[in-house]
Design a protein. Structure first.
Length: 277
């Protein structure tokens, strides 16, 4: 029952999906971080469902599909991670000391840099998602499930492993309530399970794709650790959201690159078959 409560808290906190109302307590929050990747799994499945509906049922253009596909993650999460990205850009672009940057993260108002970089992010995401929509052709709609699950595993690990930059706030509350050793193992299990499931269910190409995503996210995680300590003195909920949004854009771009390479490989193979014929 406690695990179910932890799951409900995780999904209700990090998404707008309807969940039963329960009383939050330290005991019930103990393993909530373990279910953070589940939110990414659900979001990825909803995105795949949208791609199928837009293509097979609604017959929408790639551009319209991409625009709504860009909006869907924000609608599912309520924009909580994008808000963290925007606050982080405001803080880092202030060029102030650590205390000033942390104060900006707590400020509920958006500054000019948040607006500017938010627009840049959305434009890049929409453009990359358009390319993904064109190239997936219904065969690779589930690719976002892989990285949306794993990026949340690493984002959750940052809360459990990094020092807290503040004594209060969402990240500090979850880190304090967590049973850290168990939750770290849970997050690691997610990171190992995703490539394993991709290989078992999809074959070698899906396994390779999952490993590419994991390597990119791990490299970004290493950079993020040093960067967050240098500029903020540790992790906050906003910074965890920044990592998640950055990882999502990186992996979506990698998906387009993987599909482009796969298309070229098929093209060369078909050309050879024609020559042999």
């Amino acid at each position: 029952m406690k695990l179910l409560s932890s799951c409900i808290i995780a999904i209700s906190m990090y998404s707008r999906l309807p969940m039963p109302q329960i009383q939050w307590s330290r005991e019930r929050m103990k393993h909530s971080m373990c279910f953070f990747p589940l939110v990414g799994l659900i979001q990825g499945l909803l995105l795949a469902l949208w791609l199928w509906l837009a293509r097979e049922v609604l017959g929408l253009s790639a551009a319209m599909t991409a625009l709504w596909g860009t909006a869907l993650p924000v609608l599912v999460t309520g924009g909580i991670h994008l808000d963290g990205f925007l606050d982080t850009m405001d803080g880092i672009c202030s060029f102030g000391d650590r205390e000033k940057k942390l104060a900006i993260l707590k400020d509920p108002h958006l500054g000019a840099f948040a607006v500017i970089y938010g627009m840049v992010y959305i434009l890049l995401y929409a453009g990359v998602f358009y390319e993904f929509t064109v190239r997936t052709a219904g065969k690779y709609d589930l690719l976002p499930v892989l990285f949306m699950t794993m990026e949340r595993g690493l984002s959750g690990l940052s809360v459990l492993l990094f020092p807290s930059a503040k004594k209060d706030g969402l990240a500090a509350a979850f880190a304090e309530a967590a049973e850290k050793r168990t939750d770290r193992l849970g997050m690691t299990a997610w990171l190992l399970a995703v490539p394993a499931a991709a290989g078992l269910l999809g074959g070698s190409w899906w396994l390779k794709a999952a490993l590419v995503f994991l390597i990119l996210l791990a490299a970004l995680f290493g950079w993020f650790y040093r960067w967050s300590l240098k500029h903020f003195g540790g992790i906050t909920g906003d910074l965890a959201g920044f990592y998640l949004q950055a990882g999502e854009l990186v992996c979506l771009s990698a998906s387009v690159a993987l599909l482009a390479l796969r298309g070229q490989a098929f093209g060369r193979l078909k050309h050879r078959e024609i020559q042999r014929g």
